[in-house]
Design a protein around this ligand. Structure first.
Ligand code: GDP
Length: 336
């Protein structure tokens, strides 16, 4: 049944009351590309922003199959049992093609999703590098406005999204799996470098020994890498999301990292850099969209594609034609 769209005041009141239907609608609004939705979304953000920023913003990354959703479920339930309100901005596996197996979409985090104090928002990641959705930042702020004090942003650690994730959250948790041989081989160095906490998962059964060895290898390897956060030594823990071991230690490491960030002034510095990144992203997105919306640009782009494909123009020539179509011959920036 279609409902009337709430006003900015109603959105704010609903969020303040912790109403999850309002929260879902607010995130959908923030994700919308419609100009009228945008204005309302901005108004909602302006109203709630001053009350936000206090949550633990945690990024969780790791290769497909590392145990991200099992970990979020176990840690999330553990946190809710201790009085936290946990929001998860999860990857929607049905929208992600990452080469790995797509595991149990329907059963993902079912225990956590049944809890009153947990909120799980699967985000479509299509068209986004690596797996952090376009409006994750806004979604995170809206979750905070709705009273969630722990926000977990899930990302597929396939090597492109790690910088993006570090720009969104305060603490990056990298989930690893024990494997044979050189432990750093299977994982992109870039991810290891931004990890504030590393957890070797699946430390259970026959894999327990291998997990401990892997943790020790990682500790060793980390000595040769720059710190993810100035003055911080990234701890490498072992855990079993399946058996629920290592959860307290993982949370403690996240809290220790938080304390270090606050004491060193790094939290403020990082948040400030994130705000500036957000500003740049907003301007650049708006400029790009405005450009593509100009009359003649879509046609010029189609023609340029054809010309490049058929080798009737060089790429710089084709690009210039598109720019001229959008800006006019006199104002077009040079493509070369
Ligand atoms: P994701 O792709 O990173 O989200 O990984 P999943 O959480 O879906 O887990 C992938 C597979 O590993 C599933 O079959 C899980 O049951 C299994 N798994 C996850 N955590 C553990 C663990 O701690 N121990 C063991 N033995 N298996 C695990």
């Amino acid at each position: 049944m279609p409902r009337k769209r709430p006003s900015a005041e109603e959105f704010e009141a609903g969020l303040r009351a912790g109403d999850r239907v309002t929260l879902s609608r607010a995130i959908t609004l923030a994700e919308s590309r419609l100009a009228s939705d945008r204005h309302l979304a901005q108004e909602v953000m302006a109203r709630v922003l001053p009350r936000t920023g206090g949550a633990r913003r945690i990024g969780l990354t790791g290769v497909p199959g590392a145990g991200k959703s099992t970990t979020i479920e176990a840690l999330g339930v553990w946190l809710v049992e201790r009085g936290h309100k946990v929001a998860v901005l999860a990857i929607d596996p049905s929208s992600t093609r990452h080469g790995g197996s797509i595991l149990g979409d329907k059963t993902r985090m079912h225990r956590l999703s049944a809890l009153e104090d947990a909120y799980i928002r699967p985000s479509p990641t299509s068209g986004v590098l690596g797996g952090v959705a376009r409006r994750t930042r806004e979604a995170m702020v809206l979750c905070e406005a709705a009273g969630f004090d722990v926000i977990i942003v899930e990302s597929v650690g396939v090597g492109q999204s790690e910088a993006e994730l570090a720009h969104l959250v305060d603490c990056v948790l990298l989930l690893l799996v024990p494997g044979a041989g050189d432990e750093l081989q299977g994982i992109k160095r870039g991810i290891v470098e931004i990890a504030d906490v590393m957890v070797v998962n699946k430390a259970d059964g026959d894999a327990l020994k291998a997990a401990r060895r892997a943790a020790s290898d990682y500790r060793h390897a980390l000595r040769m890498l720059p710190a993810s956060t100035p003055g911080w030594k990234t701890p490498v823990l072992t855990a079993s999301a399946a058996e629920g071991t290592g959860l307290a230690e993982t949370w403690q490491a996240i809290e220790d990292h938080r304390a270090h960030m606050e004491e060193s002034g790094e939290l403020e510095r990082r948040r400030d850099a994130q705000q500036l990144g957000w500003l740049r992203q907003q301007v650049e997105e708006a400029v790009l969209e405005a450009f593509h919306g100009r009359p003649g640009v879509a046609e010029a782009l189609a023609e340029a594609r054809k010309a490049v494909h058929e080798h009737t123009a060089t790429v710089p020539q084709a690009a210039e034609a598109v720019l001229r179509a959008g800006f006019g011959a006199a104002d077009a920036p040079s493509a070369t």
